[in-house]
Design a protein around this ligand. Sequence first.
Ligand code: CP
Ligand code: NVA
Length: 303
Amino acid sequence: MKHLLKLLDMTGEEIIEVLNLADQLKYETKHGIEHHHLKGKCLGMIFEKSSTRTRVSFEVGINQLGGYAVVLGAEGSQIGRGEPVQDTARVLSRYVDGIMIRTFEQKEVEDLAKFGSVPVINGLTDFCHPCQVLADLMTVREFKGSLDGLKLCFIGDGNNMMNSLVVGGLKVGMTVSVACPEGYRPPQEILDFAGQYDCFELTDDPMQAAKGADVVITDVWTSMGQEEERQKREAAFAGYCVDEKLMAQAKPDAMVQHCLPAHRGEEITEEIFEAHAQYIFEEAENRLHAQKAVMVLTMGQAE
Ligand code: CP
Ligand code: NVA
């Protein structure tokens, strides 16, 4: 695996390979077995948006692998002053062994990979959140025993999370049903991909999407960078809350996931969030293990 730019670039087999390695690294971590696969290697991390989980799990992860991290924010670096990504890519490639980037435009991540010479890992763009969805799939498999044939349902915005869940879920053999209001559907590129699968459903009816689901997933209605649209979005997403009524449509043993941070009382009720906290916080932990697998499979194989 050269980079992790988006799940659209991966095959289902490659996704499963990441999950298998993530399971193994999780087991070793829990049993105090050291695994310095990236001894002495440096991960450069660029954050143009806020983060708690991604920031900490990548830094802890590279340390557990025997390497270390250098963190750059937009503010305080020349990135925030407009230095072109082509130049940042070529400079950082001479210092570090891999780059994790969280930014707005997907093109910036793709350009970093194109102009740089080290592996690039997407830590979230407006288009997708592949690291999160690898952790989500790992968590579903951990609790349900398998992925193939399960029904994954996403309620909410046709954003980075929905996009990656649609692609990742379908590639590993899940049935995927998403509910979003008109005007907030996933981009055409995602719909074109999903259109190849009979087991994909797009609806504006959350109850319909949740029917018979094994996994129900949601995310905030207003993502980072959309703050000025908050009011408009609250109105558009009224009725898209993951609550008891919606969960009654899903299978009785359905699990709920949320990438976090969550806005209780908006996309999910306090009651449903707390009832499924064991899954949601295992999902957060699995960011660490899944990303360690991604780093090993990209940076560990780079020349
Ligand atoms: N889920 C997630 O990516 O969390 P952070 O924004 O805290 O990194
Ligand atoms: N959709 C959210 C995910 C945060 C992890 C956002 O982009 O802000």
